[in-house]
Design a protein around this ligand. Structure first.
Ligand code: TMP
Ligand code: ASP
Length: 243
């Protein structure tokens, strides 16, 4: 895409951590990353200075890594400290979670210790709904409720595992374990399924390989402190800088 000047238009949508704007390119939106942090479906809220810029920078690095590996994404390019240009997509109402180790809700629900290994990565689908607390749904329920066809579910699962392979291998070289993460998928104007939303410490669990120190939003969810520092450390390990 030519590097023409992008002018932001009206705000179409405001989520917990981002805003979405129209722009002068008809097939694109501008995504603005806010400093707001929420957890537990928005019940816990705070502002973390610099988080928006850090997540925008980290997400851009991950999306570019995926595109180089042939995984289609909605990302076009980073525009400014807090903004990225993305392609318009129709989002599936789903959160697609990939897990390499037991942590978070899986540890809690099944009474398992965090860090317990899994025999192979798992993919789960959650129905995206804050009032319901993003409940886990079966692939069959996704299909019978019409949220995605069986073929689309298969494609999301295949892409999610590919994303896991690409990101896990890169992060390991940077001394980071990719414990689990959440993806959102959308369909672009050509009907292709692409990775959308963001990939950042808000949506992934990152542990230092040796110490298992948490470098992600669990520091906020669990009141551990050092949230901004952890996000900065992730950007640093990824070789990125704030523009
Ligand atoms: P969980 O263990 O709480 O189910 O979370 C799994 C992964 O998904 C973890 O990396 C955090 C991420 N996640 C989100 O990005 N958004 C959410 O709303 C939730 C619940 C989890
Ligand atoms: N992002 C979700 C929320 O704001 C949950 C989480 O990441 O813990 O509630």
């Amino acid at each position: 895409m030519a590097m023409e000047e992008i002018r932001r238009g009206e705000m179409l949508y405001e989520g917990k951590a981002k805003q979405l704007y129209t722009c002068n390119l008809p097939d694109c939106y501008v995504m603005f990353y806010k400093d707001d942090a929420t957890a537990f479906d928005g019940k816990k809220k705070a502002k973390i200075s610099g988080k928006g810029a850090l997540n925008n920078a980290i997400s851009a690095i991950f999306f570019e890594m995926l595109q180089q590996a042939g995984v289609p994404t909605h990302h076009v390019r980073k525009l400014s400290e807090n903004e990225s240009l993305v392609r318009k997509v129709d989002l599936f109402p789903l959160e697609v979670i990939v897990r390499n180790l037991v942590a978070g809700s899986m540890a809690k629900r099944l009474g398992l210790q965090e860090g317990t290994p899994l025999r192979h990565p798992t993919v789960e689908f959650d129905y995206k709904s804050d009032p319901l607390g993003d409940p886990l749904v079966t692939e069959e329920q996704v299909a019978v409720l019409g949220w995605a066809t069986e073929e689309e579910v298969d494609e999301m699962r295949r892409l999610a595992l590919r994303v896991n392979d690409v990101l896990s291998a890169d992060l390991l070289r940077r001394n980071v374990l990719l414990v689990d993460f959440k993806l959102e998928f959308g369909k672009d104007t050509d009907g292709q399924i692409v990775v959308a939303d963001e990939i950042s410490p808000d949506t992934c669990r990152f542990w230092d390989v040796q110490t298992h120190a948490k470098l992600d939003k669990d520091r906020f969810r669990r009141d551990m402190g050092g949230v901004e520092e952890a996000y900065q450390e992730m950007l640093h390990r990824l070789g990125g800088v704030l523009a």
